[in-house]
Write a protein that binds this ligand. Sequence first.
Ligand code: FES
Ligand SMILES: [Fe+2]
Length: 446
Amino acid sequence: MDIENIRQYVDDRPGEGVFRVHRDAFTDPKIFELEMKYIFERNWNFITLESEIAKAHDFVASQIGRTPIIVSRDARGNIGAFVNACRHKGATVCRASAGNAKYHVCPYHGWAYDSAGKNVDIKDRKAGCYAAAFDAGNHDLLPVARVGNYRGMIFASLSPDVPPLEVWLGDMRTLLDISIDQGEQGLEFVPGRSTYTFRANWKLQLDNALDAYHLTSTHTSFMDVVARRRKGDGHQEARQYDWGTRGEAVGGMYSFANGHSCTWADQPERTKRPIWPMIGAIRERVGDVRAEWMLRLRQLGVFPNMQINDAAGVILRVIRPLAVDLTEMHSYCLASKGESAEVRARRLRQFEDFFNPGGMATPDDTVSYADVQRGFSATGFDWVDGYARGTAALAPDNDLSRELGLKPGASAQGVWNMFNEVALHEPYREWARMMEAGLAGKKAFL
Ligand code: FES
Ligand SMILES: [Fe+2]
């Protein structure tokens, strides 16, 4: 493959019903470097929820591509973001992942910065015999170009050349709203997060979150456990769904501009949804159409680094690529602020049962990613075909999208066990578009 002709890596021929991705996109370290530069570092990235930095001087440390950042609320209540690299010699100024600090003091030589990123102390400055040119210089932490807040979801971009956050999210906002509006006061993270790595390319996680096809094969041990519970054995509190026997339920996908995508399905066991006890009040507050969407299963991919899976509890995942074959995941349990202890407990039991390294599903997925990465190194294995299911069901929109007021770029609808893979087309189109713009020396967004 020829990197200069990056579009070749995504074999996208809608007229012929062909969509394939070349395996080098997952295995070539040179591609990985370009992804950091032209996708992650020139795009909005999800960072955290506003509720994590609710008070003055609260901060969260994160990463955009290869750049460590701090997102912080300053003394006046403004949210800012700064590169977490000391202006003296580049050491990590803030090593904690989150907290509250009026000042961040660099552990290497003690330069200090306030919660707005301003340099407030250079240790032993008077004795340092600095030249006037140094004194005239700016030594504040480098600001991150853009910080955006969509209804309590904080995103940041290292590049100033991105559309306004709301424009960039487009109609994906409606699907985020479906999650945000489940409680009257919006969302929060249940305290704590899970961090784990897998030995595979980050795009395998991008794919998996929108892929329901693997469920009935990868997670058979989980299915078996759930089947035994149906007979009354074992842990009943999770009220887990009967995943294996819902093939005829309605399901589909929507995708939107800028790489965002959603896979969804009707949920026949709606009484097991954590929000079920409040569904009457929810209907009154948001209307029947949105309440129905809250009961459906929804897997959202906000390109490139954030996923919300509202299926077994609600998980928010942040993807952090470390190398072409190594990825770090941060995952959080999302919950409505102010919900009752009973609902919170039900949500947590579902979540911990299924997700994260201690759950019964995530380890199966991450092992599969590592297997796939091994398969991609096979001689002669060039093209990945796993983007084909649902191609013949593609349509511009459908009744459900119109009812919700969505204008998707593409939709597909059928039975759940169509297990569409076409939700992945738009993320890979956006991948190719941004890579091509970068290689051509053009801005990512016009
Ligand atoms: S690197 Fe931070 S004070 Fe020297
Ligand atoms: Fe899975």
